[in-house]
Design a binder for this molecule. Sequence first.
Ligand code: C2O
Ligand code: CU
Ligand code: CU
Length: 509
Amino acid sequence: MPTRRRRVVRVLIGVVVGVLVLGGGLAVGAWTLTRPTDTVGEVTFANPLAVPPLAPSRLDDRGRRVFDLVAQQGRRDFGGDGRMTATAGFGGDFLGPTLRAKRGEQVRVNVVNMLGEETNVHWHGMHLPARMDGGPHQMVRPGATWSPTWQVDQPAATLWYHPHPHGATEDQVYRGLAGMFLLDDDREAALPLPRTYGVDDVPVIVQDRSFSGSGQFDKTRNAFAGIGVLGDTLLVNGTVGPYLDVRTERVRLRLLNASTARTYDFGLSDDRPFALVGTDGGLLARTTRLTRVRLSPGERAEIVVDVRPGERPTLRSTPPDLGIGGLSRRSAGGADRFDVLQLRAADTLAPAPPVPDELVPTDRLDPGAAATTRRLEFRGRGINGQSMRMDRIDFAATRDSTEVWEVTNADGTPHNFHVHDVQFQLLSVDGAPPPPELGGWKDTIFLPPHRPMRIVLRFTDHSDPNLPYMYHCHLLWHEDSGMMGQFVVVDPGQAPGRPPAHADHGDHD
Ligand code: C2O
Ligand code: CU
Ligand code: CU
């Protein structure tokens, strides 16, 4: 071989080896940097679980149940070491009170913005008119009050509320703006389920956070995942390392994943089965006995756990099945484990009736009656190739019609799907019937990559051609980055209008 050619070959080999070494090095680096978080056995459970207070309410002269919610800044010492974290909350430093109303009641919430920046409050899971929904079109200026009012007309359920300003939802929720909204009805009240708030019926709002050296919330994103912020410390109702004193044989936990990006797989430390009685939109038709329930951001599960005198089982999150492998699984939190909450059973427990097998009769929506089938593909930072725009209505659904939506995650990383106004039913997961825990009313579902989820939805009661509802990925960084769309509900024969050029800023009744 002539020397020149030999030199070229040698250089080429050098380049190839270099690339391999560099690539290998990067892979090793990425693998190390995405080392799974594991707090199992590390949490001391030194703090009693905070239970959000029930929000006081009053009846006004029109018989409406009125609540006040003040969004404000705060400071809190989460670690008990004197380092104050800058936070935000409703009527307090972090999170907000639990709102509670009964089916049939007219509610009104005075949302007072003392946050020092624009915000709003969305009633996640609530069936209500679009202008009361608290989406990005209902912004509340600093110092202003917004007072949405609507009639609660849906089954008993564990809903929640949080800000929804376009582009700033992750930030405001991360700082602490969120709370539960419980709905009651006669059917639920007739069942022998634990229901003494804060005693045997307990909100469990799970959020992951990281803290900087100075004790501030650290929102550094995992460079390899692109799913948003994954923290290494869990807060339950804002409590680090919490325990709950249990004085009854059975305790109902209302699990809410209020994290911005993390998906959990909740179960008990000894793998005992628990009774899953409800999901996002209310009670299931039948109790399902499980050892794990996976919740992606925004999802809820009501579980009833049996305890024996004196024992201390731990609510734990084990690696969730995210439908992906290797580095993407690790960097999306798919290998992480957390101790969440210790249950401390008293030495004598008040008796509690067994959880019934049959809960509430549930009508199945008929996909055969669907007026339309829509396909929504989640990819990159958009849906169907488009990024969210405040002035674009993506489609119109007709009031009193049924639709089938086929929602697909076309990426190799996790997304989930949430829609406003309605609770839907899952028809199939990649062509197969859904597992029982996904068989009830849902408003948020995890989207494993490349497995189409078919859902059926029915739009009733409220229509407005101009003001849209949102559908989006509830990984809040994705939502903020444009993975969101807008639909309106129109009357039969009505054409969709245009969203107002500027958000409505409240200040009126
Ligand atoms: Cu929980 Cu559109 O949000
Ligand atoms: Cu919502
Ligand atoms: Cu997403």
